[in-house]
Write a protein that binds this ligand. Structure first.
Ligand SMILES: [Zn+2]
Length: 310
């Protein structure tokens, strides 16, 4: 890990951390989390005043930048939060609860909570639009984690002989979106496509029968015959973007996150999707990736999505 990066003041000093978070979350002005009024607050500067405390002159209530973000209700200093966000953004396969625990010398519970709150920030916001559109290619594929023979053990995968199923969509050269499904069937796929993909999209899949009759243009590649074939208009038909993503995701889930209950899988998927969507190829470095995650911590406080089955 790049030590030099973590020497930056906002990773070491609480005051600097508050200033850094404020600059990210209040980029459009300091808004009061109680009444929503913008620019009507002043810092409270008493000798015993907590760092980062402001008073709103519209509603007379005090607040800090933690309120209304994933940091609300946490006693962990912000500069430590920032370190963990950075590590999570910079590690290709994620970092485990145990790693966070060792790193911060905190309890397992705190470390676990921290990781999941950060994953929540990484989940797509309400502004995440649908994928694809006329003439654009979206790859769709499914993967399975855990093994039917219980190789990873009963505890590790939250159920003996139970594979967890994931369906991912990725726009060629664009964003990825993954979700847990109870069963990967034609009906499930149809639902997922209807809520995530624009009409006119060209769907690229393997030879599986669950991707037919979706109402979208469809080109498939039979993996028994190869992984890429020539399609219409010189297009290459393949699902290689997703094959690559699944390989990172699986290595992370098996190697780093050995314990993942089904109810948490969507949050891990959000984490891997986030890193894929902000990957180095798009010229986003670790620092900018952490900045993007930090900006997304706002308003996520109470939005733990209930993990939807399909
Ligand atoms: Zn107010």
């Amino acid at each position: 890990m790049a030590k030099s990066v973590l020497n930056a003041p906002h990773f070491q000093d609480e005051k600097a951390a508050f200033a850094y978070v404020e600059a990210h979350l209040w980029a459009d002005g300091r808004s009061c989390p109680h009444c929503g009024v913008l620019g009507q607050s002043k810092p409270m500067n008493g000798k015993t005043t907590r760092i980062g405390l402001y008073k709103c002159y519209a509603c007379r209530k005090p607040f800090t930048v933690r309120q209304g973000s994933i940091f609300e209700g946490s006693h962990l200093p912000l500069h430590l939060w920032l370190q963990v966000i950075h590590l999570m953004c910079a590690s290709k396969k994620g970092i485990s609860t145990r790693q966070i625990q060792r790193y911060l010398s905190c309890s397992m519970k705190t470390a676990w909570f921290l990781g999941h709150r950060i994953r929540e920030a990484m989940a797509p916001g309400a502004d995440a639009g649908p994928l694809g559109g006329r003439g654009k290619v979206v790859e769709a594929d499914e993967t399975y984690i855990g093994t039917a023979d219980g190789k990873h053990g009963k505890k590790a995968w939250g159920g003996m002989g139970h594979k967890q199923k994931v369906v991912s969509l990725v726009e060629r050269g664009g964003q990825i979106r993954s979700q847990r499904v109870k069963e990967a069937t034609q009906i499930t796929i149809q639902d997922i496509l209807e809520s995530n993909v624009l009409p006119g999209t060209i769907l690229h899949t393997d030879g599986s029968g669950i991707y037919v009759n979706t109402g979208l243009k469809h080109e498939s590649v039979d993996h028994n015959k190869g992984y890429v074939r020539a399609g219409k208009n010189g297009r290459k038909v393949h699902t290689n973007t997703l094959e690559g993503f699944f390989s990172v995701f699986k290595r992370g889930m098996v190697g780093i996150y050995q314990h993942c209950g089904e109810q948490h899988l969507d949050r891990y998927l959000a984490e891997f999707d986030f890193r894929q969507n902000t990957r180095a190829k798009l010229e986003i470095d670790d620092v900018s990736r952490a900045s993007i995650a930090l900006k997304a911590t706002k308003g996520k406080r109470l939005t733990y999505r209930t993990t939807v089955g399909a």
